[in-house]
Design a protein around this ligand. Structure first.
Ligand code: LLP
Length: 427
């Protein structure tokens, strides 16, 4: 439900506003976020999963107070993974019981703040953390609802998944090693913890349902073991985030209703065959909600044609506002949005203004041969993991996020200023 349109004159509008007007008013580079699209995606997830499930938006993809308000209004919950994200959620009025706290190394302060605020769940990630959270809850006189994050031995890559017996990574407690079962034993012994469920997150930018299905089956398998060993049926399971989005025309993402049906069916079937009551399901999409809703607007500064190779188009941002190309070899598309051009398409590389050659925004793109300084380029699908992973490399000032809706634009995160940088530099 994107509101991005190309006019017959070749310019582009979003939410009824021309990108040239947005660039004029807010400057470039800027992230332009389509609020209607964001809200529509929230509703699509809610509707797909229905009243017997919860959708936790993964704040790490992009979080600010406006986003928290939209989530609250659209009936979503929120997954935070740091004190900073928790502070943003609470400052914008997200009811604490709708917040989940994640992280493989939460600090004592972060845990204290979450327990004190009364977050709906803390997702436990290690044996030490079980004791830490229990101790803090005990001291604060609370009984904290928790889930245990397990690694189910499914390693999800973008287009395929590989089942592995041992997962060699830092998150969660391994099912295969018996660590998950041991964690359950320990949590069940602690009065200040209320074990409400099991959590599994298998990876990100995934298109194939198979990995999610294996994960769902193994989590239900653990619920069955817990029932058999302890005589308790845990009421919830969370199957994490990870649904991929289209960055390029070759990407063919699944829709929320497809993942909802696949997960719902498998959990129901596995529970029925084990004689378990079907637990309440939750998921944690980040990228699939916010990713497609924003694009980055850049102004072209220089154009260098390398004979027989390609054209290097330098824009006024780069790896400081989108590290994903440099970090993950991520692919993006780009287009000229401030005018029409019928010039020959040239093999181009869109690069930033940072002092290294890996500072690439779009590795390969065809852009018109008459591209010139002052032209505006848009790189779509930068709503997730771009502003949230932005840096001040080369003392770049992080771009604003401008939300557009119904012909109105509003800054929801302002552009950083040199004063902001100097404020932290105490001399
Ligand atoms: N839940 C947990 C526990 C997670 O660790 C993550 C992402 C999510 C949910 C949301 O996943 P999503 O639906 O957004 O795929 N910086 C990388 C992505 C890292 C994802 C980390 N965890 C990127 O730019 O591709």
């Amino acid at each position: 439900a994107s509101t991005v349109r190309r006019t017959p004159e070749g310019t582009v509008t979003v939410g009824g506003m021309s990108v040239a007007a947005l660039a004029e008013e807010f400057g470039t580079p800027a992230y332009v976020l389509d609020e209607d699209d964001f809200r529509a995606r929230c509703r699509a997830w809610r509707d797909a999963f229905g009243p017997d499930a919860d959708v936790f938006y993964a704040g790490k993809a992009f979080l600010c107070r406006a986003v928290v308000r939209w989530l609250t209004e659209e009936g979503l919950n929120l997954d935070v993974c740091s004190g900073g994200e928790l502070a943003t959620a609470l400052a914008a009025g997200m009811p604490p019981e709708r917040i989940a706290l994640h992280g493989n190394n939460k600090s004592t302060e972060e845990i204290e703040r979450a327990v004190e605020a009364g977050v709906g769940r803390i997702v436990l990630d290690s044996f030490q953390e079980i004791v830490r959270v229990a101790h803090i809850a005990d001291r604060l006189g609370k009984r904290q609802p928790v889930q245990i994050r397990v690694t189910v031995g499914v390693e999800a890559h973008t287009h395929e998944f590989i089942a592995t017996a041992h997962e060699d990574q830092k998150f969660g407690l391994a099912l295969a090693e018996g660590q998950a079962a041991e964690a359950v034993r320990r949590v069940l012994k602690l009065d200040s913890l209320e074990l409400i469920g099991i959590h599994s997150h298998i990876g990100s930018q995934i298109f194939d349902m198979a990995g999610f299905e294996v994960s769902a089956r193994r989590v239900v398998g653990l619920l069955t073991e817990i029932r058999d060993e302890h005589g308790v049926e845990l009421p919830e399971i969370d199957l994490g985030g990870g649904l991929g989005i289209a960055y390029t025309p070759e990407d063919d993402p699944r829709e929320p209703h497809e993942i909802a049906k696949a997960l719902g069916d498998i959990v129901t079937r596995e529970c029925e065959s084990a004689g378990l009551a079907v637990p309440r399901l939750s998921v944690e999409p980040g990228r699939a909600i916010v990713g497609p809703t924003a694009f980055t607007l850049y102004e072209v500064g220089t154009v260098k044609e390398l004979e027989g190779l390609r054209t290097y188009v330098s824009v006024d941002g780069g790896m400081s506002d989108n590290i994903r190309t440099a970090l993950y070899d991520a692919e993006y598309t780009v287009s000229l949005v401030s005018r029409a051009s019928s010039a020959t398409p040239m093999l181009s590389r869109v690069v930033g203004k940072h002092c290294e050659s890996g500072d690439i925004v779009v590795r390969d793109a065809f852009l018109p041969a008459d591209l010139a300084p002052g032209d505006l380029l848009a790189v779509p699908a930068t709503g997730a993991y771009c502003r949230s992973m932005a840096s001040n490399y080369n003392h770049a000032l992080r771009p604003p996020v401008v939300a557009v809706r119904d012909g109105e634009a509003r800054v929801i995160v302002r552009r950083e200023t040199e004063e902001d940088l100097l404020r932290l530099d105490v001399g």
